[in-house]
Design a protein around this ligand. Structure first.
Ligand code: FES
Length: 106
């Protein structure tokens, strides 16, 4: 289901923000941002031990978990650095009527 989450103007290059979306499975915490002119949306919890990635540092297209240093691609959610071994969820982003919209199963 396409869910509008932010006005496009709310994010500029290098920004990221934490949003919460209610789903049938509970509240999803998602990190939405823009890097290299592209929007991204990924699960806001590290797959290693559940640390919030809200304060993770982004370099290039990778976010680093502030707890033990695992790295993830912000576009695909792929794990790119230990100690995590599993990816984080990523969500397709569409821009519609000036809004950043995510394709999320509700
Ligand atoms: S909780 Fe993220 S690397 Fe351990």
């Amino acid at each position: 289901m396409l869910t509008p989450v932010l006005p496009m103007a709310a994010l500029v290059e290098g920004d990221k923000t934490l949003i919460r979306v209610n789903t049938n499975a509970g509240v999803l915490e998602i990190l939405v941002g823009m890097i290299e002119g592209r929007y991204f949306a990924v699960q806001a919890r590290c797959s290693h031990a559940g640390q919030s990635l809200a304060n993770g540092r982004i370099v290039g297209d990778e976010i680093t978990c502030p707890r033990h240093g695992a790295r993830f691609c912000v576009f695909s959610g792929a794990c790119t650095g230990a100690p995590a071994t599993q990816p984080i969820a990523s969500f397709p982003v569409l821009l519609e009527a000036g809004k950043v919209c995510l394709n999320i199963e509700h």
